[in-house]
Design a protein. Structure first.
Length: 560
């Protein structure tokens, strides 16, 4: 952080009258403030954070740091000697309104070393490790601490014996099919001389408990007739709400439009909940040749991937075996929450590229029975399916105790969005920047990672193009350095005089919303005759803006 960044950060906090999540403000007029909790919390936070000294922590007026040299020496000493792992901090000092202000940059601790904690208090039970939440520091729960520690190695919870269960609790025909498929696809893992029980033990479907065999947790979840007999909460709860909040009642006063529980093995739950959700979604109709095709509100591929990921990657440790997977359908979004945060070296920033398996045995079995691919492709498939449906990418929220995935049903480039975007038609923007503007019309903010996920570009391009939107006066930036994010500069309800769409733009907007357009639909849309419709459609096809499919009266025009 340089002097300009420090001044911008102070000005932003004074303007907004609130601390961003990555910033802790303290006065420090009378000496070195107690900052060990904040150092721990920010070091455990993705991206780290900043402790800003010299501002009143109520109204954020500049009050100055009493003795900058002493503060810097003491805080640096605490970070090196009282925290585990030790931290190396960066200090920036400037004068604002004639008073010294200090910024202390706290780096994020590598995942393999988290959580960072106060050695004097210890890691467990005494509030030594902290997390940042809502602009405040809070002590970690035992489970959150466990989540970090378990990420340092390979968890074995899915290999745990289920001694209450017996081999009769498993589906014999499913096991026979599994072994037959394994013999064909992975012959090295199959021992033709071993008995059936020996095979299943070798594959960790069964394990020895005392003098007898019993299912492992992975085996029971993959092949069990009814795993919930032993683990009642290892299920999926599905709730559909009327509006966009859980509190908004339906017209008849009911809290839910639908409330259902799904049980069984993972393959059975996946099949049933996927079909059930798809059946309950709103659908758009698309005329495809002589037939009508219903297009669900959210693409089936994305729904299947988010559900499969939730079941395969959730935490199955004893801490959270009493916690369900929750699926919530609102009027504007679909949420899927599973127990346990991200595992290993996977972060919100790299989850499309990095792949670490929490439940290695379970994942291998699910891969063998074709429930998952176990190639780290699920997130990419999910994003690709939503993008192909002209929906914005999913949002991911790692809450450490749980992981939340949200799909929103905003079609980015629908006719209304295109009309709104036309107010900027004279600006020198590329298509990616225009998509980002429409995204911000539906969302409060966008960061570098959001822009990359939205447009499939690298961090450098994302940063350049976001700054270009700031230079155009269309976005404002908030935060500094790696904590920068952006908002629309013009309120969403205040627009410049829009430029009306021409006929070609109206056709393209129709195709984005409906998936295709025919000559007849074009005539109805524009109120033109057959010759004019044919001229416009063939012109768009010749210009490689649409693709013609079919002949004569069956011809329709599709996006490229």
């Amino acid at each position: 952080m340089d002097i300009d960044d420090l001044r911008r950060l102070v000005a932003e906090i004074q303007r907004s009258q609130m601390e961003p999540d990555e910033v802790e403000v303290k006065a420090a007029r009378g000496g070195t403030p107690k900052v060990l909790d904040s150092l721990s919390a920010l070091a455990n936070r993705p991206g780290g954070g900043v402790i800003l000294l010299g501002l009143d922590d109520k109204g954020f007026a500049v009050v100055g740091v009493g003795d900058c040299q002493k503060v810097q020496t003491e805080v640096a000493d605490w970070a090196r000697n009282l925290l585990e792992p030790p931290l190396t901090l960066q200090f920036t000092v400037d004068e604002i309104d004639g008073k010294p202000v200090m910024a202390i940059e706290v780096p994020e601790v590598p995942t393999a070393l988290k959580p960072c904690y106060d050695k004097n208090k210890g890691l467990h039970g005494n509030g030594g490790a902290y997390l940042r939440a809502g602009g405040t520091d809070r002590a970690m729960t035992d489970y959150e601490i466990f989540g970090y520690i378990s990420s340092r190695g390979q968890p074995k919870s899915d290999e745990d014996a289920v001694p209450e269960a017996t081999l009769t609790d498993l589906d014999g025909s499913a096991l026979d099919g599994y072994l037959a498929e394994l013999q064909r696809t992975r012959p090295l893992a199959f021992d033709p001389l071993g008995s059936r029980d020996e095979q299943l033990t070798r594959l960790h479907v069964l394990c020895r408990f005392g003098d007898r065999l019993c299912p492992t947790l992975a085996g029971l979840l993959s092949f069990g007739k009814y795993p919930q007999e032993y683990f009642p909460q290892l299920r999926i709860n599905y709730v559909q709400f009327y509006g966009i909040t859980e509190e908004e009642p339906a017209p008849g006063g009911a809290r839910f439009l639908d409330n259902r529980t799904f049980e069984g093995s993972i393959p059975a739950m996946l099949e049933h909940v996927e079909k059930y959700i798809l059946a309950g979604l709103r659908k758009a109709s698309l005329i495809d040749g002589m037939f009508r095709r219903d297009i669900p509100e959210y693409p089936q591929v994305a729904i299947r991937e988010v559900l499969a990921n939730a079941m395969a990657h959730r935490d199955y440790s004893t801490h959270v075996r009493g916690t369900t997977i929750d699926v919530k359908l609102f009027a504007d979004r679909l949420e899927v929450r599973s127990p346990g945060g991200l595992h290993g070296n996977v972060t919100l920033d790299n989850l499309e590229e990095e792949h670490t398996t929490r439940n290695a045995r379970l994942m291998r079995i699910l891969e063998d029975i074709r429930v998952v691919e176990n190639r780290g492709s699920g997130i990419k498939a999910m994003i690709g399916a939503l993008r192909a449906a002209n929906l914005e990418p999913p949002t991911f929220d790692d809450r450490r105790a749980s992981f939340l995935v949200t799909f929103r049903n905003h079609t980015l480039m629908n006719p209304d969005g295109v009309r709104w975007l036309n107010q900027y038609a004279t600006r020198q923007l590329n298509d990616r920047q225009r998509v980002a503007l429409v995204y911000l019309r539906q969302n409060n903010r966008i960061g570098n990672a959001d822009y990359r996920r939205l447009n499939r570009v690298d961090p450098l391009v994302a940063g350049q193009e976001l700054r270009g939107l700031v230079e155009e006066g269309l976005l404002t930036s908030e935060g500094v350095g790696r904590w920068t994010h952006y908002r629309l500069a013009v309120p969403k309800g205040v627009e410049e005089t829009p430029i009306p769409m021409n006929d070609e733009e109206k056709i393209l907007a129709y195709v984005v919303e409906h998936g295709s357009v025919t000559n007849s639909q074009c005539r109805d849309l524009l109120g033109v005759n057959d010759e004019r419709a044919r001229y416009l459609l063939t012109g768009l096809a010749d210009a490689n803006r649409l693709r013609a499919d079919g002949k004569r009266r069956w011809r329709k025009y599709l996006p490229l």
